[in-house]
Write a protein that binds this ligand. Structure first.
Ligand SMILES: Cc1cc2nc3c(=O)[nH]c(=O)nc-3n(C[C@H](O)[C@H](O)[C@H](O)COP(=O)(O)OP(=O)(O)OC[C@H]3O[C@@H](n4cnc5c(N)ncnc54)[C@H](O)[C@@H]3O)c2cc1C
Length: 385
């Protein structure tokens, strides 16, 4: 079906981001492969993305941004990163743009905006959000990282884990407990900055996929966080997290569909070229049926995602809409990656083939951003169950 979501201006942005990816990320000398081996994207690539206008586009012009509130530009970045086969680079950027930026835009004071937004736009300040701890993930109300009042600031102690951009991040939006007696109303968000005394990074964790993405443990030991690093109001952190999660989930779902489309296109090409028993493997009825089923599911998912993007821009996307998008599209991504890999036969198991890496990269999307079981809980509760 013809997509009607984008206008010419988005297609121009897409073309310029494609050029950026091929010059700065894919690179003739296999730059992305090197980042996958090293487990991290060099920081200066963020600065180049910022220079190209691909970071934090929504930031008002007076802080250096484009001042464009239009999630379709964000979608282009996620989609093209998947199409270029550099999804774990795209993850760091979509985390910065789609997931972290809204907190800075919505809850910063004027003084905080002046301090942080220009660097977030230019890529000199890379962002992360730290909710998960070794002892809690889904059940955020149980988080233990403690922020005790100290003068007009806080002293933070605790550990976070699985934090995307964890090594590269300069500004970490950190969920902390400011009141131990209140599970939800006792949570606040503070920005912990690179270089604060007592803030240490742990390992860049070894993962089964998303290899160019730095996912890390963070340790806070008596970190003095000034009051001017509190985001919004004390005790409102849980509410802020819940209200920003629909955009995070749509971002994950949209990249999942783009990843599925990409895997399908690689597989269609392979199924035409690879021969067995004197005919292209795609011409066996079982292959044709597989590809026909996947094409159908991906196209239907795409339509729902495009509609969700419109709803988000109209401030109408509900937590349930986003939860449906997230669980269904990420399961689809896993299914597509698995069934496509099968059509590559033994080559599909070889990491030099992008389909093998796409298979490994896909697994986590059912887990992060809220597991798919939690998504179904959100939907189920809305049914009055
Ligand atoms: C690569 C990667 C990147 C990540 N990036 C970030 C990040 O940037 N910031 C961040 O804060 N976190 C991040 N996470 C953490 C991620 O969001 C959590 O792993 C996820 O929310 C699940 O939490 P958990 O791992 O503690 O699992 P648990 O909450 O312990 O869940 C374990 C299992 O129990 C199930 N379960 C739990 N509760 C229920 C329930 N009520 N009903 C049914 N089933 C349930 C879960 O679905 C899951 O299958 C990342 C994780 C990974 C792997």
């Amino acid at each position: 079906m013809r997509r009607t979501l984008f206008d010419d201006v988005h297609e121009e942005f897409r073309a310029s981001f494609q050029t950026f990816l091929s010059r700065e990320v894919v690179g003739e000398e296999g730059r992305y492969g090197q980042w996958e081996r090293e487990g991290i994207v060099p920081r200066d690539v963020y600065a180049r993305a910022g220079g190209g206008g691909f970071l934090a586009m929504e930031v008002p012009e007076r802080y250096g941004g484009a001042g464009v509130k239009d999630f379709r530009f964000n979608l282009v970045i996620g989609e093209e990163s998947q199409r270029a086969g550099v999804g774990s680079f795209g993850l760091g950027v979509t985390l910065h743009n789609d997931i972290c930026l809204p907190y800075f835009l919505r809850y910063c004071t004027e003084q905080q905006r002046e301090r942080w937004l220009p660097g977030i736009v230019s890529g000199e300040l890379i962002t992360a959000i730290a909710m998960t701890e070794p002892g809690i993930g889904s059940d955020l109300a149980g988080l233990a990282t403690r922020a005790r009042r100290d003068g007009d600031g806080y002293v933070v102690d605790g550990t976070k884990t699985f934090i995307t951009n964890g090594i590269n991040a300069d500004l970490v939006i950190t969920a902390v407990r400011t009141d131990p007696s209140e599970p939800h109303r006792g949570i606040s968000l503070v920005v912990i900055e690179r270089g604060m005394e007592g803030f240490e990074r742990g390992r860049n964790l070894e993962k089964i996929g998303q290899h160019a993405q730095d996912t890390a443990e963070l340790f806070f030991s008596a970190v003095h966080v000034p009051a001017e690093n509190l985001l919004g109001s004390e005790g409102e952190g849980f509410r802020y997290l819940v209200s920003n999660l629909p955009q995070e989930r749509l971002s994950i779902a949209a990249s999942a569909v783009a990843a599925a489309e990409t895997a399908l296109s690689w597989t269609l090409g392979y199924a035409r070229e690879r021969h067995a028993f004197g005919q292209p493997i795609g011409s066996f009825q079982s292959s044709r049926f597989t590809l026909a089923e996947l094409r159908t599911e991906v196209d239907i998912a795409r339509t729902y995602i495009d509609r969700c993007a419109q709803a988000l821009d109209a401030d109408e996307l509900t937590p349930e809409d986003a939860a449906m998008a997230k669980w269904w599209c990420t399961e689809l991504q896993g299914r597509v990656a698995d069934r496509c890999l099968q059509l590559f036969g033994g080559y599909g198991y070889m990491l030099e083939y992008p389909i093998a890496r796409a298979f490994a990269d896909a697994r986590v999307t059912r887990i992060y951003g809220g597991t798919n079981e939690i998504m179904k809980e959100i939907i189920g509760r809305s049914l009055g169950l």
